[in-house]
Design a protein around this ligand. Structure first.
Ligand code: GDP
Ligand code: PGA
Ligand code: MN
Length: 621
């Protein structure tokens, strides 16, 4: 079938219509389809994906599908991710940089005819509640139906987003191709992709171009690419514009309310609502690197009586100052793209319950009765499975049945503990911000920062053992400041400065900053802290601190709990001591790693962070 690509654009936005035409001329798809986000469209596209062999319909879960990727396309590709700012310095030392002109030239060749034989889907989407002040719009052009249906789960996608684009005029342009054009008569494969990959961002022109991968983090461009890399640049620019205005003596006049005329934050953070028995709810945001526990903490089932957790978001937070000077956060997403392995009744029952239907599972294992399974879903594996590579699998098999970065894509609204206000367009006021990562050694269970600046210092020094969420060696320790290393769309030294600026905002009522580590290990390599639901004990201490009801011990690295509730926990005195103390010798070694890390940012590193470093060294003696 060959339908003319000259379908009239169903939009009055001429920029959008013109851009779609331009991309179609470049990529030469067989068909163009504008996604409206309807039920009918979902049914048609998921049926198509089943026909094509990309999806297997799950007999055991309504309206749910199973997909396995090409074995080479299972995670984000950080070494193929580029920030294409005009100046290399603006991408900074932690990002790969290609000059925009050169990148455009490469793409001019690479994207030429790359959608031949395929349908080009035009996917309008809104990040954040439809029509919200903090929300932002985008359009993803993609030649993957898998991406189009995933975007319907992960964002507010379709007609209503398109109408908002027409009202507001501006939107972020995102182009995605799997990079696998089909010659006439050539048969498609279930998971088309290319060995050539580029995940490129143009922060100045607010564009995203992604080539060669179908994996969520590389292909669902509203998520990491937009809501973190592009949005972090938008958030910083808003603050820079205010500062420039102030120095010219014309602070903010004429600026639209939507810009708020001041910097905001686009962060790799879950948002949760915590209600103590006393009743006053608090909202907490937490940044951990990929596959370090955000989704789990966001859906935590407290083990301590009377405490309640509800979910607002599990991966990304956009925060702006409200009129009361507090930081208000929204979850820009509409779904969860979560790590499947390790998600089970015992660890994250709320996630398991979210997945009852309307979900897409990628690179998990398939049971013989048409359901999904992965390591950790149940204690005992089924006697027989089809593994993520399509092979017959039994408990005796050598490899795990699911890929360690296997994922579920599921609507947030299905989470049994989703907070009623999760779609409140004005966001929720944040009382505490947590940073953390995987650290087998040195780092205590929880540390309270001494000040906002000290908290920024803690964030800048987040280090974590690498996980399967990105290509590379698992277990290797790396600095991952603010859990944003792979996601900051500009110079990370400037990003630290932006955080310090946020703290200097007049009238700011700032959240308190904490550092947590659920992943401390014993000499025998087992986790000391039970984690998961027991993390509620740490949240309780934090809320009690905010309320002035819990005691802390000053240490050289910050304030540690004097009275953590460990009642009923099976932890030895020695284990508790390990979790809740600071070994000066070990910390002198930790501190010794900081200068080399800071020096990579050169003159972009704010002097306040060197001052914090010197103060730490002094305190360590
Ligand atoms: P995210 O990618 O940051 O959202 O991380 P997830 O919440 O999906 O968790 C990633 C992995 O870490 C999963 O296998 C979890 O089971 C595991 N995990 C999460 N929280 C904890 C915890 O408190 N303790 C331990 N030991 N593992 C955890
Ligand atoms: P996450 O990221 O592991 O932080 O959920 C998803 C991704 O890998 O793109
Ligand atoms: Mn997650």
């Amino acid at each position: 079938m060959s339908v003319s690509v000259e379908v009239p654009a169903p939009t009055s936005n001429r920029e959008l219509a013109g851009w779609v035409k331009e991309i179609a001329a470049l990529t030469q798809p067989d068909r163009i389809e504008w996604c409206d986000g309807s039920e009918e469209e979902w049914t048609r596209l998921t049926n198509l994906l089943v026909e094509q062999g990309t999806f297997t319909r799950l007999a055991a879960r309504p309206n749910s599908f199973y997909a396995t990727s090409d074995p080479s396309d299972v995670a984000r590709v950080e070494d193929r991710t580029f920030i294409c700012s005009e100046r290399e310095e603006d991408a900074g030392p932690t990002n790969n940089w290609i000059a925009p002109g050169e990148m455009r030239e490469t793409f001019g060749e690479l994207f030429k005819g790359c959608m031949r034989g395929r349908t080009m889907y035009v996917v309008p989407f809104c990040m954040g509640p439809l029509g919200g002040e903090i929300s932002q719009l985008g359009v993803e052009i993609t030649d993957s139906a898998y991406v189009a249906v995933s975007m319907r789960v992960m964002t507010r996608m379709g007609d209503r987003a398109l109408r908002l684009i027409e009202e507001r005029g501006s939107f972020v342009k995102a182009v995605h191709s799997v990079g696998a054009p089909l010659e006439p008569g050539q048969e498609d494969v279930p998971w088309p992709c290319s060995s050539t990959k580029y995940i490129s961002h143009f922060p100045e022109t607010r564009e995203i171009w992604s080539y060669g991968s179908g994996y969520g983090g590389n292909a669902l461009l509203g998520k990491k690419c937009y809501a973190l890399r592009i949005a972090s640049a938008m958030a910083r620019d808003a603050g820079a514009a205010r500062k420039a205005g102030e120095s010219e003596g014309r602070a903010n006049e004429g600026r639209s309310k939507r810009d708020h005329g001041e910097g905001w934050l686009a962060e790799h953070m879950l948002i949760l609502k915590l209600t103590p028995p006393s009743g006053e709810a608090r909202y907490i945001a937490a940044a951990f690197p990929s596959a370090c526990g955000k989704t789990n903490l966001a859906m935590l089932q407290p083990t301590i009586p009377g405490w309640k957790v509800e979910t607002i978001g599990d991966d990304i937070a956009w925060m702006r100052f409200g009129e009361d000077g507090r930081l208000y956060a929204i979850n820009p997403e509409a779904g969860f793209f979560g790590v499947a392995p390790g998600t089970g009744e015992v660890t994250n029952a709320n996630a398991v319950r979210t997945l009852w239907g309307n979900s897409i599972f990628t690179n998990v294992a398939l049971t013989d009765d048409g359901d999904v399974w992965w390591e950790g879903l149940t204690k005992e594996p089924p006697a027989h499975l089809t593994d993520w590579k399509g092979r017959s699998w039994t408990p005796d098999s050598d490899e795990p049945a699911a890929h360690p970065n296997a994922r579920f894509t599921t609507p947030a609204s299905q989470c049994p503990i989703i907070a009623p206000e999760w779609q409140d367009p004005k966001g929720v006021p944040i009382s505490a911000i947590l940073f953390g990562g995987r650290r087998a050694t040195a780092v205590p269970l929880v540390t309270e920062s001494l000040s906002w600046e000290h908290g920024v210092f803690l964030g800048a020094n987040v280090a974590s053992e690498k996980t399967a969420a990105a290509e590379g060696k698992v277990g290797e320790l790396r600095h991952d400041p603010f859990a944003m290393l792979p996601f900051c769309g500009y110079n990370m030294g400037d990003y630290f400065g932006h955080w310090l600026d946020i703290g200097r905002r007049e009238g700011a009522v700032l959240p308190r900053i904490y550092y947590v580590n659920w992943f401390r290990k014993n000499a025998d390599g087992t986790f000391i802290w039970p984690g998961f639901g027991e993390n509620s004990r740490v949240l309780k201490w934090i809320v009690d601190r905010l309320n002035g009801e819990a005691k802390a011990v000053p240490t050289p690295i910050g304030l540690l709990p004097a009275d953590l509730d460990t009642e009923g926990l099976d932890l030895s005195e020695e284990d508790l001591e390990t979790l809740l103390s600071v070994d000066r010798d070990v910390w002198r070694e930790e501190a010794a790693l900081i200068p080399a890390h800071f020096e990579t940012f050169g003159s972009h590193l704010p002097k306040e962070l060197w001052e914090e470093y010197n103060a730490l060294v002094d305190r360590l003696g």
